[in-house]
Design a binder for this molecule. Structure first.
Ligand code: AMP
Ligand code: FE
Ligand code: FE
Ligand code: ZN
Length: 282
């Protein structure tokens, strides 16, 4: 059993459709894949149809944007109900992401040839807009070679062009995911190469609030960071996951490059209390 619990589609900042993510999962030899677009469930329906078609099992998920003391962090939410207060909050985040992208483009346009229309041309209608879409527009305009260069040069959180967006605090996020019957799992908790990360005590507070799992195996974790996550998992009896964080052509991450053990998936499925079913296509 090969299980990858973190992947993105064009419904957020991936570059392939939800159906293509599932088909690519099949090609990568995966038995189970989770679709976890940033702040949206727009890809769930298409993903589950593709799951039935291909025989790959789908875990419906979301990667919820959170912010603690100005530090951005991501909470994976699996198998939540599709309605409720969590979704009002996600809508707020998506709306805020639009004005934030506009403001970032205004700042960038003072120095480079870029318009908001250029950015919109790289998004799918209804998708959660993020800095990767600004990056893609900058690649098209030959301002940078790829997303990585755009982030390193213009879009990183310390850049003068950077603007933040509304995001839930992680404690509320954990509570709302549980209220929606879902399973909250902290994504790449200590990946310092992505930017500032939170202290262990914040992770413990999230566990106290009802968080059930932690993503340990992720390419952005070095050995020490992976061990740190494993230690908290052992201490707090958390579900341990591993995943690729696939973004299509937007990142080098390959489906199945990190995986989750079958018994950990069983724990995750057993912890969900929602009406949202695991699409078990086997
Ligand atoms: P945002 O959601 O707008 O704050 O942008 C963050 C997203 O940008 C993350 O979810 C990553 O997928 C993506 N990202 C961050 N750094 C890079 C990078 N160096 N190359 C490609 N994508 C990146
Ligand atoms: Fe992303
Ligand atoms: Fe993430
Ligand atoms: Zn992700």
């Amino acid at each position: 059993m090969k299980i990858d619990l973190h992947a993105h589609s064009i419904c957020s900042d991936g570059t392939t459709t939800p159906a293509e993510v599932v088909r690519a999962a099949k090609d990568a030899g995966l038995d189970v894949v989770a679709l976890t677009d940033h702040d949206t469930i727009a890809g769930w329906e298409e993903g589950s149809a593709a799951a039935q078609e291909t025989g790959v099992s789908l875990v419906r998920g979301i990667e919820v944007s959170c912010k603690h003391d100005g530090i951005s962090l991501h909470l994976l939410a699996y198998l939540t109900n599709p309605t409720g207060q969590l979704f009002d909050e996600l809508e707020k985040a998506r709306v805020s992401r639009e004005s934030r992208a506009q403001r970032m483009v205004e700042r960038l346009a003072q120095d480079v040839d870029l318009t908001y229309a250029d950015v919109l041309a790289h998004t799918t209608p209804g998708a959660t807009i993020g800095r990767p879409h600004i990056a893609d527009a900058m690649v098209s305009k030959k301002i940078v070679a790829d997303r990585a260069e755009a982030f390193d040069t213009y879009l990183h959180s310390g850049s003068p062009y950077h603007v933040g967006h509304y995001a839930l605090d992680p404690i509320t996020a954990v509570q709302l995911v549980r209220e929606a019957g879902g399973v909250p799992v902290m994504a790449h908790p200590f990946a310092a190469r992505r930017g500032r990360t939170v202290a262990d005590c914040v992770v413990h507070d999230m566990v106290d609030a009802g968080m059930l799992g932690i993503e340990v195996y992720h390419r952005d974790h070095n050995d020490a960071e992976r061990e740190r996550a494993l230690a908290i998992a052992a201490d707090r009896a958390l579900i341990v996951t591993g995943s690729s964080d696939f973004h299509g052509a937007g990142k080098p991450n390959l489906l199945g490059e990190n995986t989750t053990a079958p018994e950990q998936l069983e724990r995750l499925l057993a912890a969900a209390t929602s009406e949202t079913k695991f699409v078990d296509a086997r």
